[in-house]
Structures are given as C-alpha cells and as structure tokens.
Ligand binder design. Structure first.
Ligand code: AMP
Ligand code: ZN
Length: 305
C-alpha cells in the first residue's frame, strides 16, 4: 500500500478514512487533525497558557509533543498517584520527556498532599480506586491551572476514550454526563479554567503510532487498578464494531456532538456554587474532593485514637 499523499511506502493504515500514510505524512496528518480540532472547536489561541495533564502514557505525551511542536505555550502537570511501580515509572517517563525537551513540568505528589495517594485513599474510604482517582485528579487539574495562571487545561483523551465514555453514558442514560460530554468545556466560573481534549478526533491506534514514530518513550503498562474494567469492555465492544464497520467510533462521537449533545445540555443546565471548604466551584455545598479529603482525615484520626 502506498502513502495517499506522496506515494511512498505506507507505514500507517487508517481504515476509517480509507487512507494510508508514510511515516512523515502520517505525522503531518496527525498534527493537522489536532490543529483542526483546535480551530473548529475553538479550543486554544496563541495567547493561551496551556496546562497539559501528562500521565506518562502515549496519549498525553503525544499531546504535549504535538502542542509544543505547533508552537503553543505549554506547561505540564503530572500527578504522582502513589500506585507503586506503576506511578514510579509514569513519573520517570514524564520527567525525562520534559527534561529532554526543555519543557516545564509541575508535579503533585498525592502522598505528600495529606495522604491522598490512591491506594491509601481507597483503603481509608470505601471508594473504588478509580472513582477516588477521578475526583482527586480533576480537583488538582483545575486548581493547579487556576493558581498557576494557566487559561486552559488539556488532557490526552482520544477518540476511543470518548466513544467508550459516550457508550457508557448512553447505556445508563446518564443525562447530566451527556450534557457535559464535549471536547471543550468552557470555564463557567472564575475559579474554573477551560478544559479541552485536542486528540478527540484521533484513535488510540493513531496516538500509539504517532508516539512510536516520534520516538516518545511512554509507559505501556495500564494502571494496576484499571479494572475500570467496564470502560475496557466498552472499548472492546466498540473495537469489534469498528472492525466490521470502520468509522463507527468516529460517527458515534462526532454525530453525538453535532446532533445530540445540545438537547441534553439544555435539559440539565446546573447551578454552580462555591465549595464551603475550598472555595472551588461545585454543585453541592461541599465539593467531592473536600468530602473525600474529610473521609480520609476521619479514617486516619480514627486509626490514631
Ligand atoms: P485516563 O483517565 O487515565 O484515561 O487519562 C485521561 C487523561 O488524563 C490523560 O490523557 C492525561 O491527560 C490525564 N491524566 C491521567 N493520569 C494523569 C496523571 N497521573 N497526571 C496527570 N495527568 C493525568
Ligand atoms: Zn472543596
């Protein structure tokens, strides 16, 4: 098969676009898809200061690579979750990536933030690791961005992530989540920054290929707690559909964004208040992060008494 652009030997085949690219043209295609998402969805401008959430995995490192290559003003944020070898290795890949490219990186060590490491939080509260991790990460993503004067927060969610999340939300008719499932979430409060997902048009396979071709050293292992198994099952189901009918994920996600989301957004507009404890926006009196932190403190002081 030949590259559809330069007729050289193809290295990456993209069935849903019925096309194939050589190594160089694929990197150009990848970066064009990111640029297109940024432009069409009004994600970023050259004036923005962008905080990129980097886990050390292929998606977020590919995102940081492409945004900095496109000349955007970026800084990284890595959250050290305290998940044994997995976190040690994620931290190592992230710090090396930043150092090699001279990019600035902020690291938050959850164990040092009042015992908020994920294994500890899960055992001292009755939460699953994944739900605690989600609440904690979202809190720090926003807080670090606001306090650091960043105007946008970018994550590495790709098309497969968005399709799996959409499938889960539809299967359970999670209408409040459907209302806010979007590659861009505008800041609706002075203590919130805009959240963007510039890779949402690119599949997991494409981000892996990009990371490989760019020589990015990323952590391959999944989080040992990522028995967010249901999310993985949704991905598997979607992969089967995609295999038979290339383009399924793309039309599912982009069709929803074009046709469906607005209806849910209008139906469930929420009123934001400020958390009585930390001051960050929330829909209840005390935000999810502060409730979780309180549970951890109670469990720890119970242990000490
Ligand atoms: P996940 O929830 O693991 O699928 O990750 C989704 C996105 O969240 C990644 O692409 C990153 O942008 C971000 N992210 C996940 N884990 C971390 C972490 N430990 N530190 C910083 N960002 C993260
Ligand atoms: Zn709070």
């Amino acid at each position: 098969m030949k590259c559809v652009k330069c007729r050289d030997r193809a290295a990456v085949h993209i069935r849903r676009h019925n096309s194939a690219f050589c190594q160089g043209c694929f990197q150009e295609y990848f970066s064009n898809q990111v640029a297109r998402a940024i432009k069409e969805d009004h994600m970023l401008t050259r004036q923005d200061r962008i905080l990129v959430a980097v886990s050390g995995g292929k998606d977020s490192l590919a995102l940081w690579d492409v945004l900095s290559t496109l000349g955007y003003d970026t800084g990284g944020l890595h959250i050290h979750q305290g998940i044994f070898e997995y976190s040690a290795s994620s931290y190592e890949k992230t710090t090396r990536f930043a150092a090699e490219r001279g990019l600035s990186l902020i690291t938050i060590d959850l164990a040092a933030e009042g015992d908020l490491d994920i294994p500890g939080v899960a055992s001292s509260t009755r939460r699953t690791q994944c739900s605690a991790c989600g609440v904690i990460k979202r809190h720090y993503f926003n807080k670090v961005a606001v306090e650091g004067g960043y105007t946008v927060m970018a994550t590495g969610h790709n098309l497969d992530d968005e399709a799996a999340r959409l499938l889960g939300n539809v299967l359970h008719w999670q209408t409040p989540y459907l209302a806010v499932q979007s590659p861009v979430l505008e800041a609706t409060h002075p203590q919130l920054v805009r959240k963007v997902k510039p890779l949402y048009r690119l599949s997991e396979y494409e981000t892996a290929a990009y990371a490989f071709l760019r020589g990015i050293d990323y952590i391959v292992e999944e989080c040992p707690f990522s028995h967010d198994a249901i999310q993985l099952q949704y991905k598997e189901a979607l992969n089967q559909l995609e295999h038979r009918s290339p383009g399924t994920k793309h039309s599912f996600v982009l069709g929803f964004l074009r046709e469906g989301r607005k209806a849910f957004a209008e139906a469930s507009a929420v009123q934001l208040k400020e958390c009585l404890s930390c001051g960050y926006p929330t829909t209840s009196d005390i935000c999810g992060f502060c409730r979780l932190q309180e549970q951890v403190h109670k469990a720890k002081s119970g242990l000490r008494n």
